[in-house]
Design a protein around this ligand. Structure first.
Ligand SMILES: Nc1nc2c(ncn2[C@@H]2O[C@H](COP(=O)(O)OP(=O)(O)OP(=O)(O)O)[C@@H](O)[C@H]2O)c(=O)[nH]1
Ligand SMILES: [Mg+2]
Length: 382
């Protein structure tokens, strides 16, 4: 399952975000290092459910659910202990936080917008990670060099095995090494640092400016942050999301994650009015936007629905629009069939795009929210 991690300095609101999206009860406190070990849970990415387009009632499967025409699809999320300066040398809970970075496909970096120095925050994680990787490579470099010289193996292959720890796609390693010396004995400390920076550059992330509810009249800071990082920075109020989810459970409000408002059903009070004001300014709590942005835009994933019957849009068990599956962008029909079932993939003939009632070939790339019938021959004996 696709995994994302929550990063940031202590007390930036990681556990608040985590609890809001997973509904898990965790320690949330003003003091730093209230989270001491990583915690895992299930969060959801969302997009419009095709049931609205076809005006039918769907039967979500694969751990997904549909609420008011929005389909929610599960991913794994990790709450990571806070990172501080010196983490690469073990300061705070440093190494634990940094090594968790290697287990995730993408990360949400939370800044505390109420802190004046938050503009420098993201550099901290980047620098600590690069220093940590540099230290590990420095420690292993003698071994890597011996392996290349003694066993006459190319550097990219040797380094690849050592890079497993850093969760780097082997396809990138050759490109990352292209302009660097082939002989590891020719590498200096600076070459190793440069290579470590390239490992960082492969990380996929979104930056979230949390506690935006406390800074509604100073959101100009976000523009400065965007300029500094050269990318979108999302305003977020994790606390608003957490309160809405809790009050939805007590029946006070009706709320669909990711929407820009909610309905008060009972017990209207100042807390809910404050959240309404926050959401009106931010266009929502920003929490679902972070997850969707990371998974669909940064990690370049799409959703695709397998169906058996293109008129009823159901599967062999009569479930309407079951699934969907989360797949990398540009996945082909053949990749989709492999994902759905090996047996189907082995006997795959072609696909039918149910929306456009069009036959598609095995190498056709799928699009977001495609509804596909996989036409196949079952293999004998299966
Ligand atoms: N106003 C406001 N307060 C928030 C928000 N998110 C978190 N907080 C508060 O910030 C404090 C720290 O929140 P945590 O979620 O424990 O922070 P953390 O990043 O997990 O902290 P560590 O585990 O110590 O690294 C708590 O008092 C939260 O109530 C938010 O969006 N708005
Ligand atoms: Mg925490």
């Amino acid at each position: 399952m696709l995994t994302v991690g929550l990063y940031g300095k202590p007390s930036t609101g990681k556990s608040t975000f985590f609890s809001a999206v997973t509904k898990k009860v965790v320690t949330i406190a003003e003091h730093p290092f209230s989270t001491t070990t990583s915690d895992e849970g299930i969060a959801y990415v969302s997009d419009t459910c095709p049931c609205t387009e076809f005006s039918i009632t769907c039967n979500p499967a694969n751990g997904t659910y549909c609420q008011s025409g929005t389909r929610f699809v599960p991913i794994k999320i990790i709450d990571v202990p806070g990172v501080i300066g010196g983490a690469h040398a073990g300061k705070g809970l440093g190494k634990q936080s940094l090594s968790a970075l290697n287990k995730v496909d993408g990360l949400i970096y939370l800044l505390d917008l109420t802190r004046e120095d938050c503009i420098e925050d993201f550099e901290l994680l980047k620098n600590e990670y690069i220093l940590w990787v540099t230290n590990i490579l420095n420690k292993n470099w003698r071994g890597i060099s011996k392996e290349v010289a003694g066993m006459r193996r190319p550097l990219d292959l040797v380094i690849q095995t050592h890079l497993n720890t850093f969760n780097i796609d082997p396809r990138y390693v050759k490109i990352m090494l292209e302009d660097l010396p082939r002989n590891p004995y020719d590498w200096t400390g600076n070459t190793i640092k440069l290579f470590s920076e390239r490992i960082w550059a492969k990380k996929k992330y979104v930056i979230a400016a949390n506690k935006a509810d406390l800074c509604l009249d100073q959101l100009g800071v976000i523009e400065a942050l965007q300029k500094k990082y050269g990318r979108k920075v999302l305003p977020v109020s994790s606390l608003s999301e957490l309160i809405l989810i809790r009050r939805q459970e007590t029946g006070d409000v009706r709320y669909v994650r990711g929407s820009n408002n909610f309905t008060v059903l009972k017990n209207r009070d100042e807390e809910l009015s404050r959240i309404e004001r926050t959401m009106a300014v931010l266009g929502g709590t920003g929490v679902q936007a972070c997850l969707n942005n990371l998974v669909f835009d940064e990690l370049e994933q799409i959703l695709a629905y397998p169906v058996e019957n293109i008129d009823r849009l159901d599967d062999s068990r009569g479930r309407v629009l079951p699934g969907p599956y989360l797949m990398p962008q540009h996945s082909t029909l053949a990749d989709f069939a492999r994902r759905v079932h090996t047996e189907i993939s082995e006997g795959l003939l072609f696909g039918v795009d149910a929306r456009h009632r069009r036959r598609i070939g095995k190498q056709t790339p799928l699009q977001q929210n495609d509804i596909i019938k996989l036409v196949h021959t079952r293999k004998k004996g299966k």
